[in-house]
Design a protein around this ligand. Structure first.
Ligand code: PGA
Length: 254
């Protein structure tokens, strides 16, 4: 069984006081003791440090939204995975479709980023998903399987951090659009992903990778989506910017 994970991707939203208020509100919730899910917030890179300070010693984990494949060097404007870890982040999103689209990131690059994240001690939240065109062409499974085969980090070394990896299936057409995949579409993709992860990582390794669904997850669809077999949590964009909504989704894991 994979652990449950609820992760908020704030994208390029928020400032210091917004972040502080949101985190304070989440920390004040009475149900923390019951929640078994790993709760992660991924603020913009410039806020990682202050959010990590605010959440130190609390159950909230902090993640970056991207990292470079190198630990350091002449890469103007990029984020070092080692620095993210040094600032107190424990997770980092890699391969989000907005990075693939806006920055032309390839499966090869994403694989290197995920490997760099693991080397830095971070937990990569490795994102995959098909476009609307690919879905209507009947290519969904082929696309996500290729993204996994080509982009999954090499986890063969004993100390590679295989037990940390998280995979998030986010159909591109469902991100920020209010459209969600149906429970049966999600079930089909997650079952295929689980089979593939078992093929690639072995029974034990493949079964324990948390498989998140992402794409317009909201409080009113969270129960249905999170009860699908092999959905171990959610990666949440828009709804993660509202403490009540994010929390309602987290409680759907109970
Ligand atoms: P959304 O974003 O919940 O706003 O659709 C999800 C994501 O991009 O991770």
């Amino acid at each position: 069984m994979a652990r449950k994970v609820i992760a908020g991707n704030w994208k390029m939203n928020g400032d210091r006081s917004f972040a502080q208020d949101l985190v304070k509100s989440l920390l004040s919730r009475p149900e923390w003791g019951d929640l078994k899910a790993e709760v992660v917030v991924c603020p913009p890179a410039l806020l990682v440090s202050s959010v990590a300070e605010q959440t130190a010693g609390t159950p909230i984990h902090v993640g970056g939204q991207d990292c470079h494949q190198n630990a350091r060097g002449a890469h103007t404007g990029d984020q070092s995975p080692e620095l993210l870890a040094d600032l107190g982040a424990s997770h980092v999103i890699v391969g989000h479709s907005e990075r693939r689209q806006d920055h032309g990131e390839t499966d090869n690059q994403i694989r290197s980023k995920a490997e760099a994240a693991l080397r830095a001690g971070l937990t990569p939240i490795f994102c995959i998903g098909e476009t609307e065109q690919e879905r209507s062409d009947g290519q969904t499974l082929a696309v996500v399987e290729k993204q996994i085969r080509d982009g999954l980090p090499d986890l063969s070394a004993a100390d590679s951090g295989a037990d940390r990896l998280i995979v998030a299936y986010e159909p591109v057409w469902a991100i920020g659009t209010g459209k969600t995949a149906t429970a049966s579409d999600v079930a089909e993709v997650h079952a295929a992903l689980r089979r593939l992860l078992i093929e690639l990582l072995g029974e034990q390794g493949g079964q324990t990778v948390p498989l998140l669904y992402g794409g317009s997850v909201k409080p009113d669809n969270a129960d249905e989506l999170l009860s699908v077999d092999d959905v171990d949590g959610a990666l949440i964009g828009g709804a993660s910017l509202k403490a009540d909504d994010f929390w309602a989704i987290a409680l759907a894991t109970l």
